[in-house]
Design a protein around this ligand. Sequence first.
Ligand SMILES: Nc1nc2c(c(=O)[nH]1)N[C@H]1C(S)=C(S)[C@@H](COP(=O)(O)OP(=O)(O)OC[C@H]3O[C@@H](n4cnc5c(=O)[nH]c(N)nc54)[C@H](O)[C@@H]3O)O[C@H]1N2
Ligand SMILES: Nc1nc2c(c(=O)[nH]1)N[C@H]1C(S)=C(S)[C@@H](COP(=O)(O)OP(=O)(O)OC[C@H]3O[C@@H](n4cnc5c(=O)[nH]c(N)nc54)[C@H](O)[C@@H]3O)O[C@H]1N2
Ligand code: SF4
Ligand SMILES: [Mo]
Length: 813
Amino acid sequence: MNNKEKPHHEGISITRRTLVKGSALGGFALATGALNLPFSRAVHAEAVQNTAADKVTWGMCSVNCGSRCALRLHTRDDEVYWVETDNTGLDKYGDHQVRACLRGRSIRRRMNHPERLKYPMKRVGKRGEGKFKRITWDEAYDEIAQSLKYTVEKYGNEAVYQNYATGVIGGNVTRSSPYASIIGRLMNCYGGYLSHYGSYSTAQISAAMPYTYGSNDGNSTSDIVNSKLVVMFGNNPAETRMSGGGITYHLEQAREISNAKMIVIDPRYTDTAAGREDQWIPIRPGTDAALVGGIAHVLISENLIDQPFLDRYCVGYDEHTLPASAPKNGHYKAYILGQGPDGVEKTPEWASRITGIPADRIIKLAREIGTAKPAYICQGWGPQRQANGEETARAIAMLPILTGNVGINGGNSGARESTYLITIELMPVLTNPVKTSISVFTWTDAIRRGPEMTALRDGVRGKDKLDVPIKFIWNYAGNTLVNQHSDINQTHEILQDDSLCEKIVVIENFMTSSAKYADILLPDLMTTEQEDIVPNDYAGNMGYLIFSQPATRAKFERKGIYEMMSEIAKRLGPDVEQAFTEGRTQSDWLHYLYAKMQARDPLLPDYETLRQQGIYKRKDPNGHFVAYKKFREDPAANPLKTPSGKIEIYSERLAEIAATWHLDKDETISALPVYASTFEGWDDALRQTYPLQMFGFHYKARTHSTYGNIDVLQAACRQEVWINPIDAQKRGIQNGDKVRVFNKRGTVVINAKVTPRIMPGVSAMGQGAWHQADMAGDKVDHGGCINTLTTMRPSPLAKGNPQHTNLVEIEKV
Ligand SMILES: Nc1nc2c(c(=O)[nH]1)N[C@H]1C(S)=C(S)[C@@H](COP(=O)(O)OP(=O)(O)OC[C@H]3O[C@@H](n4cnc5c(=O)[nH]c(N)nc54)[C@H](O)[C@@H]3O)O[C@H]1N2
Ligand SMILES: Nc1nc2c(c(=O)[nH]1)N[C@H]1C(S)=C(S)[C@@H](COP(=O)(O)OP(=O)(O)OC[C@H]3O[C@@H](n4cnc5c(=O)[nH]c(N)nc54)[C@H](O)[C@@H]3O)O[C@H]1N2
Ligand code: SF4
Ligand SMILES: [Mo]
């Protein structure tokens, strides 16, 4: 199954699988051991003596890391004191245990954290100051309900917005993804709300790939057992799919079976590459499409392309399949050979100048890609989280297309992995009566200048323009209000003015930087303290369900999201309450939803059995998910969802968008997947002032900002800025020095990691560190939060977050 049910990715993309290999697992086992061994050994000894007093509860880690792990929570005196992971299955690939990473294994440190929110609170200082007073739940509910009524009466439902948030992912009931959260359900019972399209994860690739393929699917990584070669563009599963049930494990084990060679193309020598790659090819951020151009040139000149595949399955490779509406020589072959409108031949030397990769290496890479069949060519989402990410995503897909690797076992589409999923049934969100939506990234604009935002310039959908600005924000289990959105200093200005957005409700576990901007702040239970069922996230060909039970009772005044929303529904009127709850408790809902799952999938165990056993696993009955397999077998009977039903190398729809949308000079939307220079890229004139490219990678220390306040994780994986020795030397910076990373948007003070693991001219830091700045003073961030430096300017087609495209300077403090 592909990722259709994966809400935070807009239901378009994402097929999933990961491979983890020895060194990744080894590294992670080591880290876990180093962290927990003394403690767990001591506790374990104690546990042996005291087993009668202990209770073991199945739970899950349901953060948005792309994996999902079963936990076995050991409690004594109503407190979790030890966390184990899946103990079912074997220590053998194929029937393996779904082992939690170092974060999930430290979940008790989040559950029992002294700074965890305990009571409902109301803001007393200015937004962002973090000054609150304790209030009762009734006061909180009344104020929220009154404020919603006021907003809807005065401005209309379009003024209510639910911000992107992924702190809780997957459950039937507990799930924060705005496409599926029960806050959406509540709002849909009360006239609707302004929704968004896209995600911070995959905005650009989810917008772009469907123009090529009609969707955004990839083969499952378990299918690498059938591959001869693995090529990864900006994909780092050893950090971004860390569970032992997830992609890294599949990648490693499957490659062991197939003996496939692995080539990693990334500005950083990643944990995925480290020790297990056959080649690391460092590349300048934002230039993958140029590398593809150079490779395509070699494939075409050396006749390594699959011409019958291109003729039968594709539109626009050469003049034979070019749509009539296209300009003369508007096809891909002409673009590569320099016969298209730009007249530039995309030789390996041309690509070398842009990417920083030597031409002979590009030629060698092209020959490897052209001769190894089948080849699993994929991309992570780093390359697409760039300002030209839409072009890059489609360009990378050209390599499997040119070589006919699409739709076959061992091949891939060029997208990220898909996964096998057992069925899941969410509490229905119902239909939103408001049809207007904005891009996920443009909500700060919608607060500031909503009614100026148009369809053709700002990507407003469902209407030509927005009628009202955002006046009310729901922020449930998200830190994208501040920490995870771009340009924190500007976001601060927008949010601090409460005449703009008048009400912000935050539902959290901690006083995050986002929570500090709440008007009303509600303390939530964690998913380990509630009953719910979640499916796997990306897990190759082994799907599973986890049935989580409360490990402890609710402490202090914390409550679950269903109770909170039911109470607010009650205050919005009896009809709203009835429509929202349908007369069911959270437990009634679980039974009701599970019965629907069983009706669809009769192989599922009964409710009580699943509850007892905690985890239920099943292998993909089809072996491995192969993207576009049916299309490959019979394209006439199984057309793609593109207008032509074929793979559209040339997209007439994109040609039309390019001709009608309002774009700036440095923004490119094009019918062909071309390399496009962009704002704040490697060749921007701004590099004279800010010479280093900078991006934030998804880091093993945290899942975004979640787990970011756990001391042992901070100690194990430090927050540092990576800089190459050549760049460091020029600036007199030594490893471990405190440095200032800055651009015109802000300044971060952080320690330097001087390392050849990042290419010269480029710098990077783990994204998601907690922003720590005096916002009434110098605004300098001492937490290492990259969003102090990132831009609010959206990408051209998706209007998505180009958070990996930034220029900075670094100085020793
Ligand atoms: N510069 C830069 N910025 C980025 C990215 C990047 O690569 N670079 N990545 C982007 C991406 S891909 C994403 S998905 C977003 C992620 O951004 P978010 O979805 O905001 O993810 P988190 O930062 O983990 O925030 C989740 C919040 O939920 C809270 N939480 C966890 N569990 C619970 C719970 O049970 N109940 C409640 N109420 N709260 C809970 C956590 O405390 C945390 O504050 O960030 C984006 N931002
Ligand atoms: N531990 C951990 N795991 C996570 C998360 C987390 O926060 N922590 N977040 C989860 C979520 S919500 C998401 S969306 C995914 C994100 O998954 P990704 O978006 O794939 O993760 P990134 O680290 O942003 O990028 C992957 C790699 O791309 C490289 N890269 C950056 N720019 C370029 C480029 O222009 N070209 C090339 N070739 N490479 C480039 C980076 O160095 C990095 O190694 O991860 C998920 N998994
Ligand atoms: S953070 Fe992800 S990989 Fe780690 S335990 Fe949680 S779900 Fe599993
Ligand atoms: Mo994400």
